[in-house]
Design a protein around this ligand. Structure first.
Ligand code: OGA
Ligand code: MN
Length: 192
């Protein structure tokens, strides 16, 4: 946790390999597969403004609602991170939302920010990767940028890795994978 806090305060992003237990990651992957039929084309925006824009992103998603043991355990671990961040950084994060995401081969999510400046709604973004045995040639990197648009890093979606970054400050993009790429994207929010 110390490393995450240092990274977030120093540069706004952190990558932690093998952050979650492999058994939990495997259970989450299985849970996603069991719920595959319920996953729907991801949208942009919220509420009434939610629109499917498959030229921007073409993954399918499903909100975690704690309906399985694996989901509950994952949300519990993420909540512990939220509480630690509040304690260290006084961010006033009051809730979590998280969804499964599946990118089919060739899928993508073009460069975007998860939260618009000043909105202070989604404050911290998290991504956890689920698909076992990911290799460099499978692609599907998450690319992080700074505010000026310079590339900061390229992260291979290795199962068990947690990526965490400040939602307003880090534009990012998902490059097309060569095989199905499963993850959980999540956000810590504060009251708008
Ligand atoms: C997102 C997102 C990154 C990833 O869902 O907003 O940026 O690596 N996901 O899956
Ligand atoms: Mn994003």
């Amino acid at each position: 946790m110390e490393k995450i806090i240092d990274d977030l305060t120093g540069r706004g992003w952190s990558v932690q390999e093998d952050y979650f237990p492999p058994d939990l990651i495997a259970e989450l992957q299985r849970d996603l597969e069991l719920n595959r039929a319920a996953m729907t084309q991801a949208g942009i925006g919220r509420g009434e403004n939610l629109k499917v824009r498959s030229e921007v992103r073409n993954d399918v998603t499903l909100w975690l609602d704690g309906q399985s043991g694996a989901q509950n355990e994952y949300l519990r671990l993420l909540d512990a991170v939220r509480i630690d961040l509040n304690r260290a950084l006084f961010l006033g994060l009051h809730s979590i939302e998280a969804h499964y995401a599946l990118y089919e081969p060739g899928g993508f999510y073009k460069k975007h920010v998860d939260s618009l400046k000043g909105q202070r709604n989604r404050v911290v973004s998290t991504v956890t990767y689920l698909t076992k045995g990911w290799r460099a040639e499978d692609g599907g990197h998450l690319v992080l940028y700074d505010a000026a648009g310079h590339e900061l890093t390229r992260i291979l979606p290795l199962s068990g890795t947690l990526v965490i970054f400040m939602s307003e400050d880090i534009p990012h993009e998902v490059l097309p994978p060569a095989r199905a790429r499963c993850s959980i994207a999540g956000w810590f929010r504060c009251n708008p």
